[in-house]
Design a protein around this ligand. Structure first.
Ligand code: NAD
Length: 487
């Protein structure tokens, strides 16, 4: 077993903290040890970020952008090693891990557009001989705290535009699977990123608390579960930080009677069970309107039963394990409880054992779910799809509104006017029309509504640059004497 180290100022920094094991979710084997870093080690990382800040922020926007192209190249050239690390620590399938690296490359590509996106307004002649304009500055040291479910994509989403803006970063990945990000930090360093610009610290909630309190950290970008997002936002604001905190989701897919049944069933299955349902934008509730319900549920079950599970490195595997034994137990408990609350287990994933070991839960479909049941009101974060049957479009909207989450909501229909109406009615930050998971491309913004996000800013897109920079507004008079002197 390897004992992992922080990555600070261009080199690995061993920790003196206690260690906890990292497991391979597909085999349950202990594979590495991760230290729970000490506060003084966080201080070293923040000091490294602080030391690197003046030179990095003074580099031209275009020079930083050019360097990002090199980082993207480094990621591409070492793609397979990173995929292997995701497979063994996260339990993703080969297809999911490969897709994550493709998204990661797009994220770095998006960050190279920061010079174009960060232009500021200039107003000539606000009064005679007076012009007003805004100037951006990096906010300073940005701390990123990341979840386990996209161990590469999300930390890069939180940091690449940040560094493009001239900030330096300290990232705390999930303690369950940090190796892929550590490897990327080393690759970035070898590709020419100056020491101290991108630092990775290892640990759990204790060092998150220290990061929140640290006087040299200017901004915190958090992605994780809703209770922790709420906590980080509240504590961070109390410490006068800029904080964007993105939480969990409970995403609804409404299927209208006029939708194509095969298309809708395929979409529901891929959006519910892809990445074992461990996506903040996974569809976890399908709301079926009208008389198509029996046929649609049957079509969903037929497809979900055929999903292949097994060795995650085998390209034919479509569903991997969930992240931990605790997570598997939590999911099983939800399925148990749903039956007690009146849900019908139309497809029971607790019974389908595919491997001798591994925290697998097979696709599960719970029919006749009603708002108020735990499987509707809480985020399960596993391969469990709830089916709510309603008679009207308005009832479907009410089901969405009954949830406290608001990451995404989608509708499948051939009625254009209704689709537009849905855009207005659904209480969520991302809306899909005949698209089950409406995660936007990176040049558009992403933020959930309600308890899915505690923020005024977006995770990506133009708005993210406002979060990652601060501005001065300059009002400048050209003196009459200068004008006359020049003539
Ligand atoms: P988590 O909240 O358990 O952990 C996220 C991070 O917070 C980790 O780095 C962890 O070490 C730290 N942390 C955990 N408990 C803490 C505490 N009490 N105080 C301070 N820090 C703490 O989330 P997870 O299980 O790693 O990830 C899954 C969750 O993330 C799901 O709820 C999912 O919906 C959400 N998520 C949201 C988005 C989004 O964009 N909104 C994207 C991906 C994942």
């Amino acid at each position: 077993m390897t004992q992992l180290s922080h990555f600070v100022s261009g080199r690995f920094l061993p920790s003196a903290g206690a260690v906890v094991p990292i497991f391979n979710p597909a085999t349950e084997a202990q594979i590495d040890l991760v230290p729970l870093g000490l506060k003084e080690e966080v201080d070293v990382a923040v000091a490294a970020a602080k030391a690197a800040l003046p030179a990095w922020s003074a580099l031209g926007l275009q020079q930083r952008s050019n360097l990002l192209f090199d980082l993207r190249q480094a990621l591409a050239e070492n793609r397979q090693e990173i995929i292997d690390l995701i497979l063994c620590q996260t339990g993703k399938t080969l297809a999911d891990a490969t897709a994550e690296i493709a998204r990661a490359a797009e994220i770095i590509g998006h960050a190279t557009a920061t010079p174009t996106l960060s232009a500021t307004p200039y107003t000539r002649s606000v009064a005679a001989n007076i012009n007003t304009y805004e100037v951006r500055y990096p906010v300073g040291i940005v701390a990123a705290i990341s979840p386990f479910n996209f161990p590469v994509m999300i930390p890069l989403l939180q940091t690449m535009t940040a560094i493009a803006c001239g900030n330096t970063v300290v990232v705390k990945p999930s303690e369950r699977n940090p190796s892929a990000l550590l490897h990327i930090a080393e690759l970035f360093s070898k590709a020419g990123l100056p020491d101290g610009v991108f630092n990775v610290v290892l640990g759990d909630r204790t060092i998150v608390d220290h990061i929140i309190e640290h006087p040299d950290v200017a901004a915190i970008t958090f992605v994780g579960s809703t209770p922790v997002a709420r906590y980080v936002r509240t504590q961070g604001v109390a410490h006068n930080k800029r904080v964007q905190a993105f939480g969990g989701g409970k995403n609804h897919l409404v299927i209208m009677p006029d939708a194509d049944l095969d298309t809708a069933a395929n979409a529901a299955v891929s959006a519910a069970f892809g990445a074992a349902g461990q996506r903040c934008m996974a569809v976890s509730v399908v709301v079926i309107v009208g008389s198509i319900a029996d046929d649609l549920v049957k079509a969903i079950i037929d497809r979900a039963s055929a999903i292949s599970m097994g060795d995650v490195a085998d390209a034919s595997s479509e569903l991997g394990p969930v992240i931990s034994a605790q997570s598997r137990q939590r999911i099983v408990d939800y399925i148990d409880a749903a039956a007690g609350e009146g849900g019908i287990l139309a497809l029971d994933g607790r019974q389908r054992i595919v491997e001798e070991a591994g925290w697998y839960v097979a696709p599960t479909v719970i029919d006749h779910v009603k708002p108020g049941m735990a499987v509707h009101s809480e985020e399960i974060f596993g391969p469990v799809l709830s089916v709510v049957r309603v008679e009207t479009y308005q009832e479907a909207i009410d089901v969405i509104s009954a949830s406290t989450f608001g990451n995404g909501a989608a509708i499948f229909t051939n009625d254009g006017a209704l689709a537009t109406q849905f855009t207005d009615d659904a209480q969520a930050g991302q809306i899909g029309i005949n698209v089950p998971i409406p995660s936007p491309v990176y040049f558009h913004g992403f933020a959930g509504w309600r308890s899915s996000a505690f923020t005024e800013s977006k995770l990506h897109g133009r708005d993210a640059i406002d979060f990652l920079t601060r501005t001065k507004t300059i009002t400048a008079r050209t003196l009459q004497a200068q004008i006359e002197g020049a003539m």
